[in-house]
Write a protein that binds this ligand. Structure first.
Ligand SMILES: CSCCC(=O)C(=O)COP(=O)(O)O
Ligand SMILES: [Mg+2]
Length: 271
């Protein structure tokens, strides 16, 4: 069964074997639950950061990025004089509840990017993702990332994949600091403007979280919810957004190529 995209603001709750999206110039990617397994983030990345927060807070409190994040933690918990012990305890509590707090993500980004650079960490992508990204990029689509993970973490994530440095595929990186909260439409408007997109319906957002998809749609974007077995939102589903189980199921047609002609892009045609 092939379902055609019905335009911005509309979708289908039906499961499609192939979901065809017309007239898109760029795809904006969520990471956790969409390109990559939440299990990897929680089981590999989170312990890596948890065991290094203490040293980061005690040894590098003067680094501008660390100092700024610590100030944000103190503000969020309304404890202006919180010491390093309380800040670390707070970060670990947020980790336990997988809270996407911006200062937590900033400090994780510092730790992870150093871990990726050192070779301790290699990122994870579902098998269908990298072939699709290569195919879409080769066909002239621009690719962007919008994740709660910090821009530093995203950069390291794409630079250290199992297939090497894939950062050149990505035209821009957005997080809760430079774009804003992922469940607010204004953040998506900000990203559209930053990418130079005047018609928001030419942007396609892929995410596992219905609240994020709702916000993107409210900003006029196209949306496809990604539902992968075992991911936290799999059972709940993605509401009335179009949905796909893998990137293979998404076929993007009629995008504008760099030569001005139109093309048809399916990750299934990836070589
Ligand atoms: C390389 S980003 C690490 C994952 C992460 O910490 C995160 O919060 C991802 O959240 P997302 O918005 O991509 O679901
Ligand atoms: Mg996600």
């Amino acid at each position: 069964m092939t379902l055609r995209d019905e335009g911005a603001g509309e979708g289908t709750a039906e499961r499609a074997d192939t979901y065809a999206v017309d007239g898109v110039d760029a795809v904006v990617l969520d990471i956790e639950g969409t390109t990559s397994a939440t299990g990897f983030v929680v089981d590999v990345l989170y312990p890596y950061s948890r065991s290094r927060f203490g040293a980061l807070l005690s040894e590098r409190s003067g680094d501008p990025e660390v100092a700024r994040a610590v100030a944000q933690v103190r503000e969020l918990i309304d404890e202006p004089a919180a010491d390093a012990v309380l800040v670390e305890k707070t970060l670990n509590a947020w980790l336990d509840e997988d809270r996407k707090a911006t200062p937590l993500k900033t400090l994780q980004g510092v730790i992870w990017s150093e871990g990726f650079a050192r070779g301790d960490l290699v990122s994870h992508f579902y098998d269908d993702v990298l072939p699709a990204l290569r195919a879409w990029h080769a066909a002239g689509l621009r690719l962007y990332v919008y994740s709660s993970g910090s821009v530093a973490a995203q950069r390291a994530w794409f630079a250290s994949t199992p297939e090497g440095d894939l950062l050149p595929l990505v035209s821009g990186l957005y997080d809760t600091e430079n774009a804003g909260p992922k469940q607010e439409a204004e953040s998506y408007r900000r990203i559209a403007e930053a990418t130079g997109t005047t018609d928001p319906s030419r942007l396609l957002f892929l995410s596992d979280r219905p609240g994020e998809l709702d916000a993107a749609r409210a900003a006029g974007w196209r949306t496809v919810g990604i539902r992968r077995p075992g991911e936290p939102y799999y059972e709940q589903g993605v509401g009335d957004h179009a949905q796909a189980g893998t990137f293979d199921e998404i076929s993007i047609t009629g995008s504008i190529s760099s030569t001005g002609s139109t093309s048809s892009i399916s990750s299934r045609s990836a070589t």
